[in-house]
Design a protein around this ligand. Structure first.
Ligand code: KG4
Ligand code: ZN
Length: 340
């Protein structure tokens, strides 16, 4: 009588790394046999060296990643209660981002995967942002995904898992960039998103009249440069920073929510994933929750750039049995996510 060997049914452990810009992020995610995931740790080293230059200095970012990556990875594993040898897969962002910065995380991730002889997944930064929401609910296609961060404002339709159709994007500034610029001109500090959000609680959202961007358009694009210019003019005319913050935030939220809602109606999608740094905004969350759509946001600490979101994307790839990436995969500054 032949005896069948029972498959090993145990959670698998995925390490995720993001070094696309000025944050060294490493996270550990546990993938259960049924596909459910749990973030076990999420360590981030935010570089402060750039503050004196008023913007990210790519070469300095790369050097800081080199100095920190091993330590942050060790901390992430430690917090998860594991060691390197426990890992079943490794994922790292390969793009888009600063090439020199990306290379650090990518090389580290490949090295760990090769040493352990486990699959390596090169992850797309925006797919990572979308999968950050998998920490809160199962992401079952079809759904819409709005990624709103300092560098991106993209609305994707996800008809099937792993397939991304770009249905709208910003024509000028990214949403987070607009928050940052308006905060700067109003003297509210950096990063602008949290500063605007906080000041807005003390301001009148109807004090400054902003024109609705791209009103009447048939597509699903976004525009923030008009709001930024209007904010500058209102500031020069003496608008209080709190009123400016509240009024700008109200209009930015309205344009993001209304355009996404129209896209949901046009595509028939009932679920929307809202992720990226701006998805931390409380007013944006409240407005989306009032739409009647099923809205999924990333869990706490997973909105802005981090490693756990890349581990979540890697866990999805592992669960779906996707082929591992080649270890010769390089870093790319520009890489569209859309597959159609
Ligand atoms: O995703 P992220 O960390 O970086 C990019 O990949 O770009 O996003 C950073 C952006 C910044 O522009 C920041 O001002 C914005 O997210 N942000 C917010 C809030 N928290 C961060 N914007 C609005 N409200 C917030 N609470
Ligand atoms: Zn990002």
């Amino acid at each position: 009588m032949s005896e069948s060997v029972a498959p090993v049914i145990r959670p698998r452990l995925v390490l995720g790394i993001d070094t696309s810009c000025d944050d060294t992020g490493v996270g550990v995610v546990e993938l259960a046999p049924d596909g459910s995931v749990r973030v076990r740790s999420n360590r981030i080293w935010s570089q402060t060296v750039h503050a004196q230059y008023g913007g990210v200095m790519p070469e300095l970012a790369s050097r800081e990643h080199v100095e920190r990556i091993a330590q942050i990875a060790a901390e992430a594993l430690d917090e998860a209660g594991h060691t390197l040898g426990d890992l079943d897969a490794v994922a790292a962002t390969s793009g888009p981002g600063l090439v020199g910065a990306l290379l650090v995380g990518l090389m580290y991730g490949k090295g760990v995967a090769q040493a352990l002889d486990v699959p390596f997944y090169a992850a797309h930064h925006l797919e990572g942002h979308i999968f950050a929401a998998a920490s809160e609910a199962e992401l079952r296609a079809p759904y819409l995904a709005l990624v709103v961060s300092g560098g991106h404002t993209h609305l994707f339709d996800v008809p099937r898992s792993g397939e991304y159709v770009l249905v709208g994007a910003t024509k000028d500034d990214a949403a987070g960039e607009a928050f940052d610029k308006v905060a700067r001109l109003a003297g509210l500090g950096y990063p602008g998103g949290p500063a605007i959000s906080e000041a807005a609680t003390r301001g009148d959202p109807d004090a400054v009249a902003f024109k609705v961007p791209l009103q009447g358009q048939k597509g699903f694009d976004f525009s923030f440069s008009g709001l930024k210019t209007a904010a500058l003019l209102a500031h020069r005319a003496g608008a209080a920073p709190e009123d400016l913050a509240a009024s700008f935030q109200q209009m930015a939220v309205r344009t993001l929510v209304n355009t996404t809602l129209r896209a949901a109606e046009a595509t028939g999608r009932a679920t929307v994933v809202v992720s990226g740094g701006v998805a931390a905004n409380a007013a944006l969350r409240a407005a989306f929750q009032a739409t009647g759509l099923r809205v999924v946001f990333p869990g706490r600490g997973l909105n802005t750039d981090n490693g756990a979101m890349i581990a979540l994307a890697g866990a999805a790839a592992l669960h779906e049995g996707r082929a591992a990436s080649s270890l010769s995969e390089g870093a790319v500054a520009y890489a569209p996510l859309a597959t159609a």
